[in-house]
Design a protein around this ligand. Structure first.
Ligand code: HEM
Length: 410
């Protein structure tokens, strides 16, 4: 892969990313554009880097299926019982029907109503580190906050929070070990957990879903068991799988968003002081963070019909890696793509995807990002990264996320 930095903004981008030590696979973050918007690598994987070309893929589910389980899971066997009810890997017409039913339950109103609780949860987590000279952003806030929010949204009792966290830890640990090929971690990789299945959690959710059928409550599990479109409802199994999907796709991503936003603010002190004085700027800041350091750097589709992308022929059976992160820096779409600019308007980034699979949790993620950022800025007038203790990143090829982010707060 080649490409030449062409100007001050690329140099600025490269300096920022080099300082952070972000995964080398994200070469475009340094201002090096890939030579072509679509390239096939030695394994036959189609890498799509261009904005327009990514939109072509997500806009054509007949050629590019979201059912990538077989191409990605390899020899790890997952019982199909665990995929019934999941949106991300389904195609029309199943996806259309499922998304309609789920959207009836998981509404914007339900998310908006969570705001006061989200503020309390953020303060509660930060109270635990009050008075310290430094905090570790990921462990202290970014990692636990989205788990607590999703479990409360579902209606998991507060007393079972830690249980939930243990299951999510297991999934996250195994997924990192399996995907990064880390030898030390490899020894205790739980393949099922790495494929985001923890049987105890399924059993737990199944019992709760069944209970909601007879004893409804004001929570998402109840709304999911009650949701009905054209006389069809979700089975208990589908409800449980979707609840699990929310944790899988809504946790690490939101956690990444919080860390990435703070890194951007740290690198651009002028924006940090502007946002401190004016919380109305936070929503624009969050959008630009999603564009500049997209948490899901790459999403995957499976080619299921003959096609063509930017003149490159694609064939059934090929894995298609859509680089949301590279597309979000495509200079054909964004002026000065390597400049972090929270005032960018419009900002048509595709950090939440696009098309039929557009992130269902986007309103929730935006709200969490905004609330956590505002509260952090409010509580810590002097927050900055620690030169003696730099951040580290998840060693995964498809996400941009800190795994540790020490911040000096005095
Ligand atoms: C889908 C990103 C947070 C639930 C997606 C997709 C992306 C994405 C890129 C589409 C993937 C594709 O087309 O293959 C993000 C980012 C987040 C975030 C960057 C945080 C900053 C959340 C949250 C939830 C959530 C908090 C819910 C609690 C979903 C669901 C889908 C999805 C259910 C599947 C939608 C469908 O297939 O119809 N997300 N997401 N996400 N996201 Fe998010």
């Amino acid at each position: 892969m080649t490409g030449t930095p062409a100007g001050a903004q690329e140099t600025e981008a490269a300096a920022f990313v080099d300082r952070l030590g972000i995964n080398d696979e994200f070469f475009w973050l340094r201002g090096h554009r890939p030579e072509h918007p679509v390239e096939v690598n030695d394994y036959g994987i189609v890498n799509v880097y261009g904005y327009k070309e990514v939109l072509e893929v997500v806009g054509d589910p007949k050629t590019f299926s979201s059912d990538v389980a077989e191409l990605i899971a390899g020899d790890v066997e997952i019982d199909p019982e665990f995929s019934d009810g999941t949106l991300l890997q389904s195609d029309p017409p199943d996806h259309t029907k499922l998304r309609k039913i789920i959207s009836k339950a998981f509404t914007r109103g339900m998310v908006a109503a969570l705001e006061p609780r989200m503020v309390e949860i953020t303060h509660e987590l930060l109270d635990a580190v009050d008075g310290q000279d430094s905090i570790e952003m990921v462990n202290d806030l970014a990692y636990p906050m989205p788990i607590i929010v999703i479990s409360e949204l579902l209606g998991v009792p507060q007393s079972d929070r830690d249980l939930f966290k243990t299951w999510v830890d297991r999934m996250a640990h195994s997924a990192v070990a399996l995907t990064s090929g880390d030898r030390d971690l490899d020894e205790d990789v739980d393949a099922q957990a790495a494929m985001r299945v923890v049987p105890e959690m399924f059993q737990y959710l199944r019992e709760h879903a069944a209970e909601r059928r007879t004893k409804p409550r004001e929570d998402l599990l109840t709304k999911l068991v009650e949701a009905e479109v054209d006389g069809e409802r979700l089975s208990d199994n589908a409800v449980v799988n979707f609840a699990n999907e929310l944790l899988v796709v809504g946790h690490a991503t939101t956690s990444a968003l919080l860390g990435n936003t703070l890194l951007c603010l740290d690198a651009y002190p002028e924006h940090l002081s502007a946002v401190r004085g004016n919380p109305d700027l936070t929503p624009g800041l969050i959008e630009e963070s999603l564009r500049y350091l997209s948490p899901i750097a790459t999403a995957y589709k499976a080619c299921v019909a003959e096609g063509e992308l930017a003149g490159v022929p694609v064939h059934p059976g090929q894995l298609v890696a859509i680089s949301l992160s590279a597309a979000n820096r495509d200079e054909r779409m964004f002026a000065r793509p390597h400049v972090f600019d929270p005032y960018r308007d419009p900002n048509p980034h595709i950090g939440f995807g696009r098309g039929i699979h557009f992130c269902l949790g986007a309103p929730l993620a935006r709200m969490e990002g905004r609330i956590a950022t505002d509260i952090l800025l409010d509580r810590f007038p002097k927050m900055r990264t620690d030169p003696d203790n730099p951040p580290s990143f998840l060693p995964l090829p498809h996400v941009i996320s800190t795994s540790e982010l020490p911040l000096l707060v005095r």
